[in-house]
Design a protein around this ligand. Structure first.
Ligand code: TXA
Ligand code: MG
Length: 317
C-alpha cells in the first residue's frame, strides 16, 4: 500500500482511483475509513473483502455536506434533526434514516441507511470531487480502528493500493450513531459526539429494547487487540512486568513494577484519552505479552461513554 501525501497531486491520484471504482484509505477526524463509491457494486464488494467484513454488517455513507442527504435518504426528517445536523455536521455524528433506492449491499438489505458528513478537510475535498462514499473503519473486521495512515497499512497491507495521509485522527474513536424507532431517537453506538449535544435537539434517547439489534455491527467483541485484554477495577489485580493501560495519573499508581505503561490522560480528560485510546491499544499489543491489563473507565459522561464502551468490547473474546 502506498501512503499519499494530501498534496494536490496525492489528492488527484486518490480521486482518480475512487472514480474508476477503486478502494482508498481515507483520513477522517474520528478514525481512518476505507472508501469506495457508494453506487459501484464491485467497489463496495471490494471494501467488504479487504476488511473480511461479513455482509450482514452495513456501511456508513459519507457525504460532502447535508445538502447531499436527499441523494440517499427518503422522506422528511424527524423533528429536531435539522437543528442537530446544523450543530453537529460536519463532525462525528452518524444518523440512520429511511433509505432511497441504493445498493442493498451498502445497507445489508435494511430499509435504513447510515449517513455522516465528516469534518476532516482531506475527506471533505475527496467527497466534493467524487460524491458519496461508503467508508467503514479501515481495519480488519473486529480489530482496532486505525488513527494514522501507517495503522491502515498495518491493518490492510497489500489488500488496498492507496491511503491518503491526513495525520493522526483528532477525535480518535468512531462517530456516535443515532437512529429512530417509531419516530423516537435511539443511541446505536456511543462515539465522538457527546450525548448531551444530541439530547438537546432530539430530547431523551430511548434505550434499545433487548434483542433490538438495529446496528448489526455492534457485536460484544470488537476493537480487539491480538493480545487478550483484561479490564481491572483495582490496580492491585495487575501482575508485575505486565503491559498496562492507565486511564489517568502516572505509572507510580501501580503497586508492582509494571512492563510498558501507557497513560490515556494524566488529568483524566476524556477528550485527550479518546484521542490516545486506539494508539495506546496498538502500542501495548505490539509488546507481544501474554496479556494486556487496562484500568476500567468509569465516568460515563462526554466521550467517557465511548471510551468505556470500546474498552469493554476490546476485553470481550
Ligand atoms: O467514525 C466513523 O463512523 C467511521 C469513519 C471512517 O467514518 N466509520 C465507522 O464505520 O466506524 P464502521 O463500518 O466501522 O462502523 C459503522 C457501524 C457498524 O456498527 C454498522 O453496523 C452500523 O454503523 N451501521 C451502518 N449502517 C447501518 C444501518 N443502516 N442501520 C444500523 N446500523 C448501521
Ligand atoms: Mg469499524
Amino acid at each position: 500500500m502506498q501512503i499519499l501525501p494530501p498534496t494536490p497531486d496525492g489528492l488527484a491520484r486518490a480521486v482518480a482511483h475512487l472514480r474508476s471504482g477503486g478502494v482508498v484509505g481515507l483520513p477522517t477526524e474520528t478514525v481512518y475509513g476505507l472508501a469506495a463509491k457508494y453506487d459501484d457494486p464491485s467497489a463496495v464488494a471490494a471494501v467488504f473483502a479487504a476488511k473480511e467484513r461479513p455482509r450482514f454488517d452495513p456501511l456508513i455513507v459519507h457525504l460532502a455536506d447535508a445538502a447531499a442527504l436527499p441523494r440517499v435518504v427518503a422522506g422528511p426528517l424527524p423533528d429536531g434533526l435539522d437543528t442537530l445536523i446544523e450543530a453537529a455536521w460536519p463532525g462525528p455524528l452518524t444518523i440512520v434514516l429511511p433509505r432511497r433506492d441504493i445498493l442493498d449491499l451498502v445497507t445489508a438489505g435494511l430499509p435504513h441507511v447510515a449517513v455522516r458528513v465528516p469534518a476532516h478537510p482531506v475527506a471533505r475535498t475527496v467527497l466534493r470531487e467524487v460524491g458519496p462514499l461508503v467508508a467503514p473503519s479501515a481495519n480488519r473486521f473486529g480489530r482496532i480502528s486505525p488513527t494514522t495512515a501507517t495503522d491502515v497499512v498495518r491493518e490492510l497491507g497489500d489488500r488496498v493500493p492507496l491511503v491518503l495521509d491526513g495525520g493522526r485522527s483528532t477525535v480518535g474513536l468512531e462517530s456516535t450513531i443515532v437512529g429512530f424507532v417509531d419516530g423516537r431517537p435511539v443511541l446505536l453506538r456511543p462515539g465522538g459526539l457527546p450525548l448531551d449535544v444530541i439530547t438537546s435537539h432530539l430530547g431523551a434517547l430511548t434505550p434499545l429494547a433487548p434483542g433490538g439489534v438495529i446496528a448489526p455491527g455492534q457485536l460484544p467483541s470488537h476493537y480487539a487487540p491480538h493480545t487478550p485484554l483484561v479490564l481491572v477495577d483495582d490496580l492491585a489485580e495487575i501482575p508485575a512486568e505486565a503491559p498496562v493501560l492507565l486511564t489517568h495519573g502516572s505509572a507510580e499508581r501501580l503497586p508492582l513494577q509494571p512492563g510498558v505503561v501507557v497513560v490515556l490522560s494524566e488529568t483524566g480528560d476524556a477528550d485527550e484519552a479518546a484521542h490516545h485510546l486506539f494508539r495506546a491499544l496498538r502500542e501495548l499489543d505490539a509488546v507481544g505479552a501474554e496479556r494486556i491489563y487496562a484500568e476500567r473507565w468509569t465516568e460515563r459522561v462526554g466521550l467517557g461513554l465511548a471510551i468505556a464502551d470500546r474498552l469493554e468490547r476490546a476485553a470481550t473474546r
